[in-house]
Design a protein around this ligand. Structure first.
Ligand code: ADP
Length: 184
C-alpha cells in the first residue's frame, strides 16, 4: 500500500503514522524526521534546511524533492510506504505523481487528518519542540494554510482523498483510519 498522510502541524499525524506502519507493515517516511536528522548530523542539506525550519517556513521544493527521490528509489520502499510530511506543496505533489507514474506504482490513498485551527495552536504550544515557539507555530500554520491545504483539492480531483476527523482519542482516530485502510 502506498499512502500519503496530510494534515496540519499538531494534528497528531506522527502518533497515528506509528500505529499505521506497525499494523500494515509499511515503511514510515517522515520528511520532518529526515530533515531533523540531517540538521543534527550537520550535513550541508541539514544546515540549509535549518534556516527554514527554525522560522516555520517550508524548505525549498528542490531540496526536499531531491531527498525523497533518493529515498523512494531504495529497495525497502518497494513494499509500500506511508509518506508523512511530503508532499507539502502542489509542486511536490506533481513531482511525486510523475515519479510514481514512471515506476508504475501510483498512490493508493491520501489520508487527510482534519483538526480545527483553534485546537492546533493549543496542542502545539504544549509540546516543547524547538520549533514550537508561538511565533514559529503561527508561521507553520500559515505555511499549512497557504501552501499545503491546496493539496486537499488536488487529491480530491484524482479521487484519492479520504478525510479523517482528527478530534477524539488516539484509539478512536486510529479506528477511523483502519476503517478506510482495510478497504485496500
Ligand atoms: P509539523 O509538526 O509542522 O508537521 P514536520 O516535523 O513534518 O512538522 O516538519 C518540520 C519542518 O520541516 C517543517 O516546518 C518544514 O520547515 C520542514 N519540512 C518537512 N517536510 C517538508 C516538505 N515536504 N517541504 C518543505 N519543508 C518541509
Amino acid at each position: 500500500m502506498r499512502i500519503v498522510f496530510v494534515g496540519p502541524p499538531g494534528a497528531g499525524k506522527g502518533t497515528q503514522a506509528e500505529k499505521i506502519v506497525a499494523k500494515y507493515g509499511l515503511l514510515h517516511l517522515s520528511t520532518g524526521d529526515m530533515l531533523r536528522a540531517a540538521r543534527d548530523a550537520k550535513t550541508p542539506i541539514g544546515l540549509k534546511a535549518e534556516e527554514f525550519m527554525s522560522t516555520g517556513r517550508l524548505v525549498p521544493d528542490d531540496v526536499i524533492i531531491g531527498i525523497i527521490v533518493e529515498r523512494l528509489a531504495q529497495d525497502d520502499a518497494k513494499n509500500g510506504f506511508l509518506l508523512d510530511g511530503f508532499p507539502r506543496t502542489i509542486a511536490q505533489a506533481e513531482e511525486l505523481d510523475k515519479m510514481l507514474k514512471a515506476s508504475g506504482t501510483p498512490l493508493d490513498v491520501v489520508l487527510e487528518l482534519r483538526v480545527p485551527e483553534e485546537e492546533l495552536f493549543q496542542r502545539l504550544a504544549g509540546r516543547g519542540r524547538a520549533d514550537d515557539q508561538p511565533e514559529v507555530i503561527r508561521q507553520r500554520l500559515v505555511a499549512y494554510r497557504e501552501q499545503t491545504a491546496p493539496l486537499v483539492d488536488y487529491y480530491t480531483k484524482s479521487s484519492l482523498l479520504k478525510t479523517i476527523d482528527g478530534l477524539g482519542s488516539v484509539d478512536a482516530i486510529f479506528e477511523r483510519i483502519q476503517t478506510e485502510l482495510d478497504r485496500y
